[in-house]
Design a protein around this ligand. Structure first.
Ligand code: APR
Length: 237
């Protein structure tokens, strides 16, 4: 596909893009879900049963995130977004499954966090959503309503509905290019985005360390570290 044909882009990122920033992936050897049981930490039922352990898990991840820095892959996507907007080439949608804020810190202006954001919390009592960098316990009071016991990380747990799906499917239905970066393609609906994009006639590209579960569906595939692949690919676009 030549650059002249590409107007609308949808990019989907996963944990692999933040791996070289020091944040663990989930399903690689030694990954987060090998060390921790997601059923006990990342479901609404787990939170009801044992909020203390769930908070401790996310408190530790928040601490890791605050110590991490964006890498060249995050920065390359930010530069591409800037170019797309400056030259009014078309729609540019960056969707991430990551709950880290490294895309924003890498310079991206608009990021759709379909699995939520680790540096935000919300209150189950009053619905207040707010930015939050510190540790939370079941006793932490909500800054809006003052009640404790209701705060939870603003992340999408297994069994919950991802965020922004209407916007994502609309963009996928109109995109010319779909790129999945650093994701294993095991979690739906994100793993199904390549099929939606192909149905819309888009060229589809997988950039990752190794083939994901749905890799055979992509038109073009490149394997290696994101900090190398993503800047190279962005340069070609
Ligand atoms: N560069 C590029 N890709 C990498 C790198 C790297 N340096 N390191 C690892 N990868 C790739 C792996 O090969 C793997 O395919 O990143 C992918 C990470 O896959 P997962 O750990 O499954 O992460 P992800 O696909 O983002 O998981 C989806 O699962 O538990 C949930 O909510 C969580 O958003 C997450 C979702």
């Amino acid at each position: 596909m030549s650059a002249r044909q590409i107007r609308n882009i949808v990019i989907l990122t996963g944990a692999g893009i933040s791996a070289e920033s020091g944040l663990g992936t989930f399903r690689d050897r030694g990954g987060i879900w090998e060390k921790f049981d997601w059923q006990k930490l990342a479901t609404p039922e787990a939170f009801t049963a044992d909020p203390e352990s769930v908070h401790a898990f996310y408190n530790a991840r928040r601490e890791n995130l605050l110590a991490a820095q964006p890498n060249d892959a995050h920065r390359a996507l930010a530069a591409l977004e800037l170019l797309w907007q400056a030259e009014e080439r078309g729609q540019f949608l960056l969707v991430t499954q990551n709950i880290d804020d490294l895309h924003a810190r890498g310079g991206s202006n608009e990021v759709l966090h379909m699995h939520g954001e680790l540096l935000k919390s919300r209150c189950n009592h009053c619905g207040h959503l707010f930015e939050h960098e510190h540790a939370i316990t079941p006793n932490t009071p909500c800054p809006a309503c003052g009640r404790s016991g209701g705060l939870r990380p603003h992340v999408v747990w297994f069994g919950e509905m991802p965020l922004g799906l209407d916007t994502i499917y609309e963009a996928l239905g109109a995109c010319d290019l779909f790129v999945a970066i650093g994701t294993s393609g095991t979690v739906y609906p994100a793993a199904g985005f390549v099929t939606e994009a192909k149905a819309a006639g888009a060229w589809t590209v997988e950039l990752s360390l190794q083939p994901g579960e749905v890799s055979t569906l992509f038109d073009e595939r490149h394997y290696g570290p994101a900090t190398k692949l993503v800047p190279e690919w962005a340069e070609r676009v």
